[in-house]
Write a protein that binds this ligand. Structure first.
Ligand SMILES: *Cc1c(COP(=O)(O)O)cnc(C)c1O
Length: 390
């Protein structure tokens, strides 16, 4: 095992070693995280709508915990498919206007399971170069040919689709909002290309579900493209504030997945209490439009404060705001400086992002106030100046 220590030392020297940091929260102050007994403004959480500590969700989970018990005891195909699942999947299909829906343990397993169920040897997956790691792993595990197109480069994708025109099954897969950059996929162009080349289209709405659309259905609905997308995937771990993932699509698709998605078949069903909590979160996502409005307002304020200070953060309205500094060590120091000033914002480094694009990734929440965000932006500017990033 000596090799491990040597490799870890190299990681550490390159400012690339990760370590686990304890954080705790106080439900009364959902915009903060507590680290070493200090409350830090949390600009590194995916709790976009502020639902993670919502009393109605906690109550729904508590009730189901008392009536259904702690664990589900088996996988869904055995005896783990308890009542809360049916209720949730019906509500999901209705919300999405799709024929059917399927809940899978989490986003990572959903992507692995779905991609592995749709394609195999002899098939091709066309995947945006900046897609989430769970998509990459799903393609690798599926044994299909893995073709990565340049980020949002539709000409490049078209060339590749032409080249592999005669393959058996073709799947195009993309994040709707890219998790480390906060920009959006070219969904209308993807829908056209999918038609033209007879491919399947899968969209991962992990960072857009709950946020875009009149009832939080996601970016595809917001653009009126829901019927062009064959496989809608999203998570309950981000804007829903709970945990888990969903697939929405045709009845045939869901039937296929129940028979072929290995993470569904070979893993224990989520605890019923969690599933009941997700149902309550879905109700709140649908009804509390004001949370989306507040999130976009908060995002506008934060983005414009940073732009006015001279930071290049790109435009857009996503609550994911990357501040690319390039160098790994600088990103790490920047993050530590922010922590000293009472702000939690992690440094994202390779291999999560491409080499030379280390960054601070801010993610905003409906629970942050204007003042908190403007003060944070001031603080970021001061540090940026001091470190020569601005
Ligand atoms: C977070 C994320 C996932 C994984 O979801 P989990 O429920 O956290 O496992 C998948 N895809 C994207 C784009 C994500 O950002």
């Amino acid at each position: 095992m000596k090799w491990m220590e040597q490799e870890l030392r190299l990681l550490s020297v390159a400012s690339l070693e990760r370590s686990l940091q304890d954080s705790s929260i106080d439900l009364e102050f959902p915009g903060y995280t507590v680290r070493s007994e200090r409350a830090l403004l949390n600009l590194s959480s995916n709790n976009y709508l502020g639902l993670a500590g919502h009393p109605a969700i906690i109550e729904a989970m508590r009730e189901a915990l008392l009536s259904e018990g702690a664990g589900s005891g088996a996988s869904r195909l055995v005896t783990g498919n308890r009542a809360p699942y049916r209720r949730l999947e019906q509500a999901l299909a209705e919300w999405h206007g799709s024929e059917a829906a399927l809940v899978i343990a989490n986003g990572y397993m959903a992507n692995i399971g779905v991609i592995g169920a749709l394609v195999g040897r002899g098939d091709v997956v066309f995947s945006d170069r900046l897609n989430h790691a769970s998509i990459v792993d799903g393609v690798v595990l599926s044994r299909a040919q893995h073709i990565r197109y340049r980020h949002n480069d539709m000409e490049h994708l078209r060339t590749l689709l032409s080249k592999y025109r005669d393959c058996r099954r073709k799947l195009i897969v993309t994040d709707a909002v890219f998790s480390m950059d906060g920009d959006k996929a070219c969904l209308s162009e993807l829908a056209l290309l999918k038609q033209e080349f007879g491919a399947m289209l899968m969209v991962d709405e992990a960072h857009s579900g709950g946020i875009y659309g009149r009832r939080g259905e996601g970016l595809c609905h917001n653009l009126g493209l829901q019927d062009q997308v064959d496989i809608h995937m999203g998570t309950f771990s981000k804007s829903f504030g709970v945990y888990g993932a969903y697939i929405c699509g045709s009845r045939t698709l869901i039937r296929w997945l129940v028979n072929h998605a290995r993470p569904l078949i070979y893993s224990t069903a989520l605890p019923p209490s969690l599933v009941a909590g997700i149902s309550k979160a879905l109700e709140l996502v649908i009804s509390d439009h004001w949370r989306r409005e507040r999130l976009f307002e908060a995002t506008r304020i934060f983005r414009s404060s940073l732009s006015q200070s001279g930071f290049i953060i790109g435009d857009g309205d996503s609550p994911i705001v990357p501040l690319i500094v390039g160098n790994n060590e600088v990103a790490l120091r920047f993050s530590r400086e922010l922590e000293t000033q009472g702000i939690a914002a992690v440094a994202i480094r390779p291999p999560t992002v491409p080499d030379g694009t280390a960054r601070i990734r801010f993610s905003l929440s409906a629970v942050h106030s204007d003042k908190e965000l403007m003060d944070a932006a001031d603080c970021i500017r001061t540090i940026g100046h001091r470190m020569g990033v601005l």
